[in-house]
Design a protein around this ligand. Structure first.
Ligand code: BT5
Length: 242
């Protein structure tokens, strides 16, 4: 049985992920959602700063999936697919996905996903899915290279309505965790770089080539110039002009 949604709304938090993580440790139920108008210490991967001024949608969902920890990346892809779909349904704006965890409009970043978790042995105790989306900010309130739904659609959007739509979409596709190929096919169908020349910066290496797809673990398959397929499972991707 899927627990019902419990949305906790705050005006200002350091990070919704931090608050949701603390609540999870205090036995909060699945589908507890923490949302804040403003984050003062919003973060991305590897401690990178996430700009979270008023006007965006900054929230974290607590989940307790009964899956091995190896399946956690799948949850992030499921969230990206569901969020993209909900945004497009509600606003008509064509949002695309960029590996690893981005939602984009053209080449600009509309949002990102940060998954954090606690594992027990090889099982997931809980996962926090942090989702940040630029919605009503104007250019002056956005970092360079970022997009907002308002700028794309030339109108303001109802944050609560969008949040509801995303959560409903997440809930209805949650069982797809048992069907990785469905999630990944959907992700790839809406990918901004299918197949396109890309450059992926890894911690100790850079891979350049044509992105050919993603596998069921969420690794990106890049065909390098010597026609070999490189599988990359972390890094930052840049779409290159052809
Ligand atoms: C992400 O990280 O894209 C994941 C962002 C997750 C944010 C949510 S908001 C709710 C929850 N609470 C949190 O504290 N976090 C989550 P990453 O791929 O590492 O991208 C980070 C990079 O995106 C930064 O280094 C900037 O270049 C860029 N960036 C920062 N703020 C941005 C914004 N508002 N819009 C677009 N790009 C941004």
């Amino acid at each position: 049985m899927v627990a019902s949604l419990k949305i906790l709304h705050y005006k200002r938090l350091q990070s919704t992920n931090t608050t949701a993580y603390r609540l999870a440790q205090q036995s909060a139920t699945e589908w507890t959602v923490v949302v804040a108008d403003v984050q003062t210490k919003g973060r991305g991967r590897g401690g990178k700063k996430w700009e979270s001024l008023k006007g965006g949608l900054w929230f974290s969902i607590l989940l307790r999936p009964n899956v091995p920890s190896a399946k956690l990346p799948l949850l992030q892809f499921l969230a990206a697919v569901a969020t993209r779909q909900a945004l497009e349904n509600e606003t008509g704006v064509s949002v695309k996905l960029k590996w690893l965890n981005d939602l984009v409009l053209g080449k600009e970043k509309l949002g990102g996903i940060l998954i954090e978790s606690k594992t027990l042995g090889d099982r997931v105790s809980f996962a926090i899915l942090g989702i940040g989306l630029n919605i009503n900010q104007l250019e002056a309130q956005l970092p360079a290279g970022a997009a907002s739904l308002r700028l794309a659609s030339r109108k303001k959007h109802d944050l609560r309505l969008l949040l509801r739509a995303i959560l409903e979409q997440m809930k209805s596709s949650y069982d797809d965790l048992d069907n990785p190929s469905k999630i990944m096919e959907e992700w790839w169908r809406n990918c901004a770089h299918r197949p396109t020349r890309v450059q992926v910066t890894l911690p100790k290496d850079t891979v350049t080539g044509i992105s050919r797809g993603i596998d069921e673990e969420g690794s990106l398959l890049v065909e390098t110039d010597d026609r070999r397929i490189r599988k990359v499972n972390e890094g930052s991707l840049r779409i290159l002009d052809n």
